[in-house]
Write a protein that binds this ligand. Structure first.
Ligand code: FE2
Ligand code: FE2
Length: 465
């Protein structure tokens, strides 16, 4: 059998009815998600599916709206209804951004943020039931978890999770009862010769050490164990969102069973992507393809546009440190540094900014020369490039996946060499990087931002055996 379906996640739909002002001339109000273009991105994604002759089936793994605004939910529901009426076959569920857990805002006539209406959690779940849970043949617990036959012989288990910390919704986990329920269904499916795929909103395994540390509590602390259990149950594909990171990872159980964690980025944020998956049970393969969302009239690709919105402020940081300390303080240094602290030490900030901006590849190569095997001529062609630009690119590499600097590049050698030297210096001062970085060395933490040594994050044909 050959099954094709799509994966979309983190639609972050924001209704234009939330603007009492003219949104056409507004800068994107949210630095991470292009909320003004989220409607267009969602409609474009569904258009792509509707035009596909192979399949009209899509799983959408949560964060359907930006912050759970009533208008946004109503419109997403209407769009899904129309999509279904035209032959679309969606399987959706909601998650943290769909409930009133955040400050929910709209914009007044002057473009200032004002509180917006939101819907209660129960009502939200009920709204989307026709596009997911109502099509299930079994549910677990409160119905957040459901199993549906999304195509004849292909079962999708949408898995709900519990959280250790109920207040912050951090540290998600799958309960033993849920895993037992999943096992019952995978056993039955095997008897019938059916294929089972699973999904949940949050990343079960962290997409990178940087996410595991910075986004602590967002991915499953014991996710590897859960994934191995699912692999031993015969599940080979697992889909997630939430991190807004484009990533694929393979996890192998002690019994030699493999499962692929397929994490897709946000539909309306950098990088705006969706995936098409084709499972061929005779060949025992799954072909996972990424589709970039393109929108008209932006003067650039939607990928570039969304990157500008997201990294625009961060990209100004090195310049502001050196030349405009007040602007640097207003953006809190990009990493929530206290504004007062920055304004108290303007000369130090300017000095550090100047040093940072003056760092060339040649200077970094000189600093780390004992730790790489390059001669001056090896980096002559790029010696004047600014190192700070590489640092900024590494931030975007966290999200876009497939970081491009392989171990034979100058960028890789000078960065990793410098980290090795810094690690040695830290040891002299008895500072343990592993204690600071959640068990990772500096090299382990940074390397994935330079180079993807694992499975391709966008496209791969994986074995289901
Ligand atoms: Fe999200
Ligand atoms: Fe989320």
């Amino acid at each position: 059998m050959v099954y094709s379906f799509y994966h979309i996640t983190d639609v972050h739909y924001y209704s234009k009815r939330n603007f009492l002002c003219d949104w056409r001339n507004m800068p994107q109000p949210d630095t991470q998600v292009c909320i003004i273009k989220s409607e267009e991105a969602f409609k474009k994604a569904l258009e792509i599916i509707e035009a596909d002759q192979d399949t009209k089936t899509v799983i959408i793994t949560g964060d359907l709206t930006n912050h759970g605004e009533s208008y946004s939910h109503e419109e997403v529901r209407d769009i899904l209804k129309a999509f279904t009426e035209r032959g679309g076959n969606p399987f959706v569920y909601t998650d943290n951004h769909d409930y009133p857990y955040f400050s929910i805002y709209s914009f007044d006539e002057n473009g200032e943020k004002i509180p917006a209406e939101h819907l209660p959690e129960d009502e939200v779940r009920q709204m989307y039931a026709p596009f997911g849970r109502d099509k299930a043949f079994d549910t677990f617990d409160d119905g957040t978890t459901y199993i549906a036959e999304i195509l004849p012989g292909l079962y999708h288990i949408a898995m709900g999770y519990d959280t250790e910390d109920k207040d912050s919704l951090r540290s998600p986990y799958f309960s033993d009862e849920l895993m037992a329920w999943v096992k019952e269904h995978t056993d039955r499916a095997r008897e019938k010769g059916a294929t089972v795929i699973c999904s949940t909103h949050r990343p079960v395994v962290a997409p990178s050490p940087a996410y595991a540390v910075v986004g602590k509590g967002h991915s499953f602390p014991n996710g590897e164990t859960s994934m191995k259990q699912l692999a031993d149950m015969g599940v080979r594909l697992f889909f997630s969102g939430h991190s807004h990171i484009q990533c694929m990872k393979v996890i192998e159980s002690e019994n030699g069973n493999r499962i692929y964690s397929v994490q897709t980025s946000c539909l309306a944020a950098f990088p705006p992507k969706m995936r098409k998956i084709t499972v061929d049970t005779d060949a025992g393969t799954a072909d996972i393809r990424t589709i970039d969302i393109e929108l008209p009239d932006l003067g650039m690709s939607f990928t570039e546009y969304s990157k500008k919105g997201f990294l625009g402020i961060i990209e100004e940081i090195p310049y502001n440190m050196e030349h405009d300390v007040e602007a640097f303080a207003n953006t809190q240094g990009g990493v929530s540094l206290p504004k007062e602290f920055i304004l108290k030490h303007p000369k130090t900030v300017m000095f550090l900014g100047k040093k940072l901006n003056g760092l060339t590849y040649a200077k970094v190569a000189k600093f780390s020369k004992k730790y790489h095997n390059m001669k001056k001529k090896d980096y002559e062609a790029v010696k004047d490039k600014k190192f700070v630009n590489l640092l900024l690119e590494m931030i975007s590499n966290l999200y876009r996946g497939n970081a491009p600097y392989s171990p034979d590049t100058v960028e890789y050698k000078i960065t990793m060499g410098s980290l090795e030297k810094i690690e040695k210096i830290m040891k002299c001062f008895r500072v343990d990087s592993k204690k600071l970085l959640g068990g990772y060395t500096l090299a382990e933490f940074i390397e994935p931002l330079l180079y993807n040594s694992g499975i391709d994050d966008d496209n791969a044909v994986v074995s289901l055996d």
